[in-house]
Design a protein. Structure first.
Length: 224
């Protein structure tokens, strides 16, 4: 039996599309909640940021075991949005964001990237493109459930993969021709140091910290 206060549907009354034709767009909806007793809320506005036809992304974390502990391969890349996207608002720390960010290798999933095989194929392509690491897709493993990064604004689901492999030698990344690839490159760290950088705020990317923590948890279980 439905509770009278349970939301059983969110009805779309109207929508507007803004910024179509770019990497992302804003869809502005007017919606209302339908409750379990059949009553409805007052209409309200709901803004969604979306990538048309390419909602989701994959993260892949390569690692190797050494006598000193696990090492991981991340990348430094140009990320202007944290600095340019604050609309004049200061950072709470008082310091301006840098232009580069440290992140796990990641990429947008295309329509054909379906199921575990599709995720692994896309992850292998992103490794070759971003850090020059060539790994057969069949060696890439799924690393836990997908997550929503910003459910109040985006429908994007992030899927996690990992692969145990030697982190050197690396070949030049194939790249995608984007100017956002300028100034960056691969970065190998011990897993311990990568997590320490997360704690110190030197790595601020949420998906990267989650991927690192999942790997640390799994390796700790393997060691028991």
């Amino acid at each position: 039996m439905k509770s009278e206060h349970e939301i059983v549907d969110v009805e779309v009354l109207a929508e507007e599309l803004h910024g179509s034709g770019g990497f992302a767009q804003l869809r502005r909806l007017t919606v209302r909640n339908r409750r379990g007793d059949g009553s409805r809320s007052a209409p309200y506005r709901l803004d969604l940021v979306e990538r048309p036809g390419r909602a989701d992304a994959v993260v892949v974390l390569p690692f190797e075991r050494t006598e000193a502990g696990a090492r991981v391969l991340l990348r430094r890349g140009l990320r202007p949005v944290p600095r340019l996207g604050r609309a004049g608002q200061p950072r709470r720390s008082g310091a301006a964001s840098g232009w580069l960010a440290t992140e796990a290798v990641a990429g947008i999933l295309e329509a054909e990237d379906v199921g575990e095989a599709g995720l692994a194929r896309r992850a292998a392509l992103e490794l070759a493109e971003e850090v020059g690491l060539r790994v057969p897709p069949e060696r890439i493993a799924i690393a836990g459930a997908s997550v929503l990064i910003s459910a109040g604004l985006m429908a994007e689901e992030i899927f996690f993969c990992e692969v145990e492999t030697a982190l050197a030698p690396l070949e030049p990344g194939t790249g995608d021709g984007s100017a956002l690839e300028e100034g960056g490159g691969p970065l190998a760290l011990t897993l311990e140091e990568a997590l320490a950088r997360c704690r110190r705020g030197e790595i601020q990317d949420a998906k990267t910290e989650l991927a690192l923590r999942r790997l640390a948890e799994r390796l700790a279980e393997d060691a028991r």
